[in-house]
Design a binder for this molecule. Structure first.
Ligand code: SF4
Length: 465
């Protein structure tokens, strides 16, 4: 399962805004590893540099030094709509002269096809296959004069999930869609302002967290300071998976440090699915905190049974078949001395397709584990996500096809326990109605039937009803 992007923006006259953006994107690398880009303005024109690859692969001293200006936005991409290719990298720039903007988007627009057709009929041309370019052109197409009004016009037409940073020649904007699916926060840095997908990006560049940008809010930052405009919202649908997996544990969302939330998820699993065991471990890094929480709540000793190769991220070097066959061994190395003869409780964040978990269980058994008890911080994922997360189609989701005992047998574990929705909500410690939990329940915050029908037709294996 992959998240669909990290966005950042900085308004800081006199600072090296491109370099600040580079380091913020570095901190948001976990949200997207396909491409990275930065756009800046010196008040006269927008400049952009973007390419395929990790932040550290895309930028060097030379490219950063060409991005002069007082305002910048940046983007890390993992594609959910629009294929992974150079033309689809962000920030996207549209328009001309004073009527131009650069945009960085995290999320997924449900009615993008319809809007694309409408804008094409109005004479707008598209360079990419992304819904982000649809948003950018929709803003340009607005009959309003002022940028804030143009953005609010687009917000009234867009359906789906979006957190945006937008750059014009003289202003920076942060925009969070009315459902608030994807996070976005505001902070300050010496004499300036920053906007980021997650607060961890602020910490790394020495900025101070001010507050979260609210669902339906537009924050405008200009030489006159910061202004906020809010759309009326009917319902929030904050993605609960940000708490389980996507966001970094050192980020704060809705006033709660995610590390504490993940400790509580582990404690919830210990209460809901206790088991006699000698060792508890979290699959690094996303389930490390939950492993600690399980251990504390169960008195089963905590240990490390798998070490993660942290530098195994995306690479342009294609592995040959022999290396590909190594699978999870490329990522994890077991510690036989810790595992030999032990009954091990293994905490992981989620099971999506069920392709990785059997390999992890196999790795632990071959390293000597006597029993392997899997505990999962998320309830079973039975429905796909239409809001910016590349999970799988319904037919690929193992919990949509198999019962929990069948999944246990499939992954080769001695026992398997998922955290219940109630347990998850208790760990997050906020009212259930503000969250999207659609991938567990199928109750989407906005109608997605059209998309679902299309997806089913495209991917339903022959012979399945
Ligand atoms: S469907 Fe799941 S992953 Fe997608 S936004 Fe809702 S909670 Fe998040």
């Amino acid at each position: 399962m992959r998240e669909s992007c990290g966005v950042f923006g900085v308004y800081a006259p006199g600072e090296d805004v491109a370099r600040l953006t580079f380091f913020a994107l570095f901190a948001l690398q976990h949200r997207g590893q396909e491409s990275a880009g930065i756009a800046t303005t010196d008040g006269g024109r927008l400049q952009v540099y973007a390419n395929m690859g990790l932040v550290s692969q895309v930028f060097d001293e030379d490219s950063l030094s060409q991005l002069a200006g007082d305002i910048a936005i940046g983007h890390n991409r993992y594609s959910t709509r629009g294929s992974s290719r150079l033309t689809n990298v962000q920030p996207i720039v549209v328009g001309r002269g004073s009527n131009s903007l650069a945009l960085a988007h995290n999320g997924n627009i449900i009615n993008a096809e319809h809007l694309h057709e409408e804008l094409t009929n109005q004479g707008y041309t598209f360079r990419t296959s992304t819904d982000s370019e649809v948003i950018a052109n929709l803003i340009l197409s607005s009959p309003e004069k002022d940028w804030v009004d143009k953005i609010r016009y687009a917000m009234r037409r867009l359906q789906g999930a979006y957190s945006l940073t937008i750059l014009t020649n003289h202003a920076l904007f942060g925009v969070r869609g009315p459902l608030g699916v994807r996070p976005l926060c505001l902070g300050t840095i010496d004499g300036g302002w920053v906007i980021a997908s997650e607060s961890c990006a602020l910490d790394h560049i020495g900025a101070n967290f001010t507050r979260e940008i609210e669902p339906g809010e537009v924050v405008s930052i200009t030489e006159n300071g910061v202004d906020s405009y809010r759309e009326e919202i009917d319902q929030k649908a904050i993605c609960i998976f940000e708490y389980i997996y996507f966001a970094r544990p050192d980020s704060v969302i809705n006033g709660r440090l995610l590390y504490s939330t993940r400790l509580a998820m582990g404690a919830g699993l210990a209460q809901e699915h206790p088991v006699e065991a000698d060792l508890v471990m979290g699959v690094p890094d996303s389930a490390t905190a939950a492993g600690i929480g399980y251990s504390r709540a169960s008195d089963v000793p905590l240990g490390e049974g798998l070490l993660k190769n942290r530098y195994v991220g995306r690479t342009f070097i294609e592995p040959d078949q022999r290396i590909r066959d190594l699978g999870v061994k490329l990522k994890f190395n077991p510690l036989p001395q810790m595992l030999d003869g032990k009954r091990v409780v293994v905490i992981d964040d989620s099971i999506v397709r069920g392709t990785t978990t059997p390999k992890v269980v196999g790795l632990l058994r071959r390293a000597g584990a006597k029993e392997v008890h899997m505990r999962i911080c998320a309830p079973p994922i039975r429905y796909p996500c239409f809001f910016g997360v590349d999970m799988a189609t319904r037919w690929e989701l193992i919990a949509a096809q198999k019962s929990v005992p069948e999944i246990r047998d499939f992954i080769g574990a001695d026992s398997l326990g998922y955290l219940s929705i109630e347990g998850l909500i208790k760990a997050v410690a906020l009212p259930r109605e503000i969250f999207c939990t659609a991938c567990f329940t199928g109750n989407y915050p906005i109608p997605v039937q059209l998309e679902m029908d299309k997806l089913a037709l495209e991917t339903k294996p022959a012979g399945r009803q």
